[in-house]
Design a protein around this ligand. Structure first.
Ligand code: SF4
Length: 341
């Protein structure tokens, strides 16, 4: 049966291909332009310019179009807004809070957990989230760029205990379809890898990324395909994001979401309940809700652990079990994520 939402959806074939790459190039990268588009308070501009020296600004215009003009507290804006608090130095916040650099046996591979390994396919992202735990990651040294993929692929081939490869970054969906296709083909040849998991925020901030060629790559793979999206607030899911998710859901793939608990963004039961419902409406299941990784420059997003547990308990009381994400924390030197609730 065709639902009204499906009837409205434009066919992927009708869209011009690769517009997502134009959109990515056209992302807003200057605080002055952001201030002008959203009519933000002029007295906060200098602080933003200074914070951009720590981590550059990058926001696709499509994502900006989902924000409220004039509202500096908009929950989408807050995630990408450079502010003075990024200069706060706190000994509990570090450059590598989850210990990635202690677990990279070859360039481009992070192998922390049994049975799965992470391939840092690119250092690029379609958006720069100010709370990102990899905001200080030395991508230029650690990315398995296309010419270096071989070392990473050799590592995956030799380690028969690895059944799942997690394409991460940066955001793996900033790679072109032709590069992704080559990567998928190389992984296809490694028989002990059964699952390719894609960690991405690109589809949420640039839904045009779900191109016809990308869908074809997914269709041709014999592996299990799992997407772990990164949506923190229901307002991020506009009609284009819904179309993209629904197009993916028609393939034999699994769509999951991980969110991060962020002060001023989603630290209320109502917001989190709305998020779970909004995800389910586009065929995505809530998987994890992460306690913030304590990365330098992101102190202003941190919530006390007790508040995180309170929020989780509150949403559990209001949602069916399948819409309640696990509350987790990524701690260095652990053999898995730590499940808190
Ligand atoms: S998209 Fe992901 S990896 Fe990129 S800045 Fe945001 S949180 Fe970090």
């Amino acid at each position: 049966m065709i639902t009204p939402l499906q009837q409205k959806r434009p066919s992927i074939k009708q869209k011009r291909q690769n517009t997502w790459q134009d959109e990515m190039r056209d992302a807003v990268s200057s605080p002055e332009e952001l201030w002008s588009i959203l009519n933000l308070p002029p007295d906060k501009l200098v602080a933003a310019q200074n914070a951009c020296k720590l981590f550059p600004l990058k926001i696709p215009r499509d994502f900006i179009s989902r924000m409220q003009i004039g509202d500096i507290n908009d929950p989408l804006l807050r995630q990408v807004l450079p502010i003075e608090a990024e200069h706060i130095s706190d000994p509990n916040f570090s450059l590598d809070p989850v210990g990635d650099l202690d677990n990279n046996p070859v360039s481009g591979i992070v192998h922390k957990y049994h049975g799965r390994a992470l391939l840092i396919a690119t250092g690029a992202c379609g958006v720069h989230c100010r709370y990102c735990f990899r905001r200080h990651f030395p991508y230029s040294e650690q990315t398995a760029s296309k010419k270096e993929w071989q070392a990473a692929l050799d590592y995956l081939s030799k380690n028969t205990s690895i059944h799942e490869v997690i394409l991460s970054g940066g955001d793996p969906l900033t790679l072109s379809d032709s590069k992704l296709s080559q990567l998928f083909l190389a992984l296809e040849d490694i028989s002990h890898i059964k699952t390719i998991r894609i960690h991405t925020r690109q589809i949420v901030v640039l839904p045009s990324r779900v191109s016809a060629d990308f869908l074809k790559i997914l269709k041709q793979s014999s592996k299990n395909i799992v997407f772990v999206m990164h949506v923190n607030h229901a307002n991020e899911i506009n009609d284009s994001v819904a179309d993209a998710m629904l197009n993916l859901s028609e393939l034999n793939v699994h769509l999951l979401n991980q969110a991060v608990l962020l002060k001023g963004v989603n630290d209320s039961p109502d917001v989190l309940v709305d998020l779970s419902h909004a995800l389910f409406a586009v065929k995505v299941l809530p998987y994890y809700i992460n306690v913030l990784d304590r990365v330098s420059g992101a102190t202003h997003f941190a919530l006390p652990l007790d508040t995180c547990k309170y929020l989780h308990t509150a949403i559990k009381a209001r949602l069916p079990g399948y819409l309640v994400p696990k509350l987790v924390q990524d701690l260095a030197k652990k053999d898995s994520k730590t499940w808190l609730l």
